[in-house]
Design a protein around this ligand. Structure first.
Ligand code: UDX
Ligand code: UDX
Ligand code: ADP
Length: 470
């Protein structure tokens, strides 16, 4: 029969583990949830008296305020967390491998393996171990092999795959009312029992018909597939945006018309300067790697093109800026508004803004960056990583981090909107215009400005997916 879960441990207090388990604690007052991490600074931040949490996510602070100290705890004592739990989420990072076989494509499973081995070494009673990190297919199988090879008498492990579909910026909303919860298990009686135990946890607040139970491998592949297909929609619309710019059609109108077909659907058709985030590119490259390992080169090529289109979109946008500014931006000041990979997050992983700034710096422009949430140290780190051969003194000389959008735009020749932060929709453009060099250009990579209004003020406006005259 299914075990009733009383204690949950989550290994990894990051973007996935933190919000997910905080919401579980909020919704399941009868379950004790302990989130553990090796990173002391991160745990300190989760525990900070003034709720200065390590990640920014609308609504998260409120959830943590309600549950922390009640049935939600954060700790660096990984072993104690493992020992006490009936169910363990493994929610550690799975970055793309930087060296060795599959470098640049395959996921680095070192962290998953270390965490799994720790569970095997420390556990003194049976556990349900839940793979929560995004990992390529069959990781659960490797975790199972490690756990089974190390299980003691009275100490059995059941492995589940429970991929997380939350998007950053809307994580709490997504967790509170998910489209679906997916749980994969072995189709054995024990596997199905473990699956039922986890389903009961979610059933505290998720309607039963939204909890899907499938095989272990289907669950893992579904996560990669969901992200690949979402990214593919963006690359498709971005490919069409290039046609619009070359012909005078308007991508907004095209996307609207296409999205009205209920078979296509209207969501995720916003043309942009390119998708970013920790998942899309990584997961597609995983799918490419998986396809190649399975000797399916046509399938690999198909998915790879989604990432290539995204790279093209970013390059194309920075080239359009240079072309429009009379083919040179050397010594010109460019304001880049937004550095996060999307609005409502401080996360910059794979952000299109990084590529844009790198290109502008390479063209020897002066760049002012403003983002309402990204910490300054993070911007410097990202730029250093994006330009490994450029001396940091050069980067520091060409790049300025500004305290506000207005400040960033002062004395600039051009304003580039890279992230769709709400506050950029209400910028005082009259004041911005007065402070800029003329002609003053605006490049909207997120389709958020009122083009007519800006043109009336005097701006030359270029919008992604629009080909008409400035
Ligand atoms: C994504 C998936 O949405 C989520 O289900 C999964 O669990 C993790 O990966 P996330 O990366 O947090 O979530 O954000 P998402 O909203 O999907 O945006 C990803 C990127 O695509 C952002 O850079 C965003 O600006 C861009 N995007 C999104 C577009 O350019 N156009 C769109 O229409 C939608
Ligand atoms: C299509 C468009 O649907 C329609 O809007 C347009 O006006 C004309 O082209 P049609 O070709 O008549 O219509 O049929 P459709 O139902 O779209 O199917 C096209 C092909 O796709 C068929 O061979 C169908 O079997 C196949 N298909 C469709 C799939 O293989 N899988 C699906 O999920 C859907
Ligand atoms: P994600 O976006 O997948 O949540 P993050 O990098 O934000 O990824 O978070 C993963 C967290 O997992 C990091 O804080 C890292 O310190 C932690 N971590 C990695 N390996 C282990 C481990 N073996 N034990 C405990 N925590 C770990």
């Amino acid at each position: 029969a299914p075990v009733q879960v009383k204690k949950i441990c989550c290994i990894g207090a990051g973007y996935v583990g933190g919000p997910t388990c905080a919401v579980i604690a909020l919704k399941c007052p009868d379950i004790t949830v302990t989130i553990v991490d090796l990173n002391q600074a991160r745990i300190n931040a989760w525990n900070s008296a003034d709720f200065d949490l390590p990640i920014y996510e609308p609504g998260l602070e409120d959830v943590v305020r309600q549950a922390r100290g009640r049935n939600l705890f954060f700790s660096t004592d990984v072993d104690k967390g493992i020992k006490e739990a009936d169910l363990i989420f493994v929610s550690v990072n799975t970055p793309t491998k930087k060296a060795g076989v599959g470098a640049g494509f395959a996921a680095d499973l070192n962290y998953v393996e270390l965490a799994t081995r720790r569970i095997a070494a420390i556990a003194e009673s049976s556990k349900i171990v839940v793979e929560k990190s995004t990992v390529p297919c069959r990781t659960a199988e490797s975790m199972r092999t490690i756990l089974e090879a190390n299980s003691k008498p009275n100490c059995k492990f059941q492995i589940l795959s429970n991929p997380e579909f939350l998007a950053e910026g809307t994580a709490i909303q997504d967790l509170l009312s998910p489209d679906r919860v997916l749980i994969g298990s072995l189709q054995t009686p024990e596997g199905k029992d473990a699956c039922a135990s986890l389903a009961d946890v979610y059933a505290h607040w998720v309607p039963k018909d939204r909890i899907l139970t499938v095989g272990l491998w289907s669950s893992e592949l579904s996560k990669l597939a969901a992200n690949a297909m979402l990214a593919q929609r963006i690359s498709s619309i971005n490919a069409l945006s290039a046609i619009c710019e070359a012909t005078g059609a308007n991508i907004d109108e095209v996307a609207h018309a296409v999205g009205r077909d209920s078979r296509v659907g209207s969501k995720f058709l916003r043309a942009s300067v390119g998708f970013g985030g920790s998942c899309f590119q990584k997961d597609i490259l995983n799918l490419v790697y998986l396809s190649e390992s399975l000797h399916l080169p046509e399938v690999a090529a198909y998915w790879r093109q989604v990432v290539e289109m995204n790279e093209y979109q970013k390059r194309r946008f920075s080239k359009r800026v240079v072309d429009t500014l009379f083919n040179t931006i050397t010594g010109k000041r460019i304001a880049v508004l937004g550095f996060a990979f999307k609005a409502d997050t401080g996360d910059t992983r794979e952000s299109a803004a990084i590529s844009l700034v790198r290109d502008f710096v390479a063209e020897r422009a002066l760049v002012n960056i403003y983002d309402p949430k990204v910490p300054h140290e993070q911007i410097w780190l990202d730029l250093a990583e994006a330009m490994p051969t450029t001396p940091s003194a050069t980067i520091q000389k060409q790049v300025t981090l500004s305290p506000s959008a207005l400040e960033a735009c002062k004395n600039a020749e051009a304003v580039v909107i890279a992230t769709e932060w709400k506050e950029f929709k209400t910028i005082d453009w009259e004041t911005v215009y007065a402070g800029m060099n003329k002609p003053a250009f605006v490049f909207d990579g997120r389709m958020i400005v009122d083009v007519e209004k800006l043109r009336n003020i005097g701006f030359k406006v270029t919008v992604i997916g629009r080909g008409e005259r400035l």
